[in-house]
Design a protein around this ligand. Structure first.
Ligand code: PGA
Length: 267
């Protein structure tokens, strides 16, 4: 059983004003038990980043604050976009790239995501790259091919020296959001193995420490089952963690399952 920290975080998507995100962060930070063995992250909308980063800098919780997207260029004629350097200047720790909603609604493709992934890492950000097949790809039996393609293109020329700042999230598109169907651990395990195997093919043993998170309709009732899946090192949660109570309840279920797993591995 791995002793690496359990990664656990939420993406607010397009919800919350700066004041609402700041209240969430303050309440969360004040109500959490000592986060021993857990690395938390919160990904608010862009307009909340400054307020939340300021709060995170002022406490010593070590909670990573993430952005939901960025552009690959350092600056330029890209109206409406934000660069990695701008995020770093705010105190952002992490950038989420390739979320299924960005891929589906904003037509983000693997080649452009690759430019973003490389630029984010070069700027010193942690990069959380999401991969996952659609329901249609699953129905045609090409889920593994989709995920392998997303990884091989998305991580092309990713520098091995930046691997400690790389995180992957497997989020099957059919499992995400209110219309999603929660995946079963049996759906997740083979893809987690495929992701680790592809990372090994790309980077060798240096990739063994890259964490793979699971996301898609995670809630307090099923969080424990996903934490127990071999190859899964954390959870990436949407709706269930948008209240402090929900965040804490889902985290508690994940931690409980993790410590049960550690106990069992000692026997
Ligand atoms: P959900 O969202 O937990 O609400 O399904 C997950 C995600 O979009 O990452």
């Amino acid at each position: 059983m791995s002793r690496r920290p359990l990664l656990f975080g939420t993406n607010f998507k397009m919800h919350q004003t700066p004041a609402e995100s700041a209240r969430f962060y303050r309440d969360l930070s004040a109500s959490l038990p000592a986060a021993d063995g857990v690395q938390l992250f919160v990904i608010p909308p862009a307009t909340s980043l400054a307020a939340v980063c300021d709060l995170a800098k002022a406490d010593d919780r070590g909670i990573w604050i993430g952005a939901q997207n960025m552009h690959w260029a350092p600056e330029g004629a890209w109206t409406g976009e934000v660069s990695a350097g701008m995020l770093v200047a705010l105190g952002v720790d992490l950038v989420l790239l390739g979320h299924a909603e960005r891929r589906a609604h904003f037509h983000e493709g693997d080649y452009d995501l690759n430019r973003k992934v490389v630029a984010g890492a070069a700027a010193g950000l942690r990069v959380l790259l999401c991969v996952g097949e659609t329901a249609e790809e699953r129905a045609y039996g090409v889920g593994p091919e989709t995920v392998a393609r997303q990884l091989k293109i998305g991580l092309h020329d990713f520098p091995a020296a930046a691997l400690p700042r790389l995180l992957l999230a497997y989020e099957p598109v059919w499992s995400i959001g209110a219309g999603g169907t929660p995946a079963a651990p049996a759906d997740v395990q083979p893809i987690a193995a495929l992701i680790h195997g592809t990372l090994r093919d790309l980077f060798g043993e240096a990739a063994a420490t890259v964490p793979v998170l699971y996301g898609g309709s995670v809630n307090p009732d099923n969080a424990g089952t996903f934490v127990g899946v071999p190859g899964i090192g954390g959870l990436f949660v949407g709706r269930a963690a948008w209240t402090v109570e929900g965040f804490r309840a889902t985290l508690a279920a994940a931690r409980e399952s993790r410590s049960r797993g550690v106990e069992e591995s000692r026997r």
